[in-house]
Design a protein around this ligand. Structure first.
Ligand code: HEC
Length: 141
């Protein structure tokens, strides 16, 4: 008898934890996958033109929200300005920065030193072809 109210509280807490976990996962999928796929379908990018496809992905996959890039007309200020990135990085290091952002943390962000765990690990979100397209785009943007 006396355990019953505790059991109920625990069940409620478990339910809250479950809903929070599902909500976080769903938001992540929603923001970086589902919404993006709808936007990409509407934009109808030519996926055989890596630079054009990369430009579309930059707009639809959240990059623009965090990064300033003149060519893309974006003004995000969470991460470094990506304009003329090829003057500082080669293709391999750009690829690594996108796929596994925590591997190397860029030194300077608009609002101070850059921090880890802010940029999502796009190696787990995008296909290798999509990352190739983003690298091709950023190499010349
Ligand atoms: C939630 C914010 C956020 C999103 C979304 C995001 N980034 Fe980042 N990005 C950052 C931050 C913060 C850093 C600096 C920390 C680091 O190096 O991991 C960074 C670093 C980078 C770097 C390294 C820059 C340098 O000067 O060394 C590249 C390249 C990059 N991001 C590309 C992208 C691309 C392409 C996308 C979209 C697929 C993207 N980012 C999405 C926040 C973000």
């Amino acid at each position: 008898m006396s355990l019953k109210p505790i059991g109920r509280v625990q069940r409620a807490l478990l339910l809250i934890a479950l809903v929070a976990a599902l909500g976080t996962g769903a938001y992540f999928a929603f923001e970086y996958t589902l919404v993006a796929q709808v936007q990409e379908a509407l934009a109808q990018p030519d996926t055989t033109d890596a630079i054009a496809y990369g430009r579309t992905l930059f707009q639809t996959r959240g990059c623009a929200g965090c990064h300033t890039l003149e060519d893309a007309g974006s003004m995000g200020d969470e991460g470094p300005d990506l304009s003329k990135l090829a003057t500082r990085h080669d293709a391999a290091s750009i690829r690594q920065s996108i796929a596994t952002p925590n591997a190397v943390i860029a030194p300077q962000c608009p609002e101070g030193p850059c921090e880890a765990n802010i940029m999502p690990p796009f190696g787990a979100i995008l296909t290798p072809d999509q990352i190739d397209a983003l690298v091709a785009y950023l190499m010349q943007a």
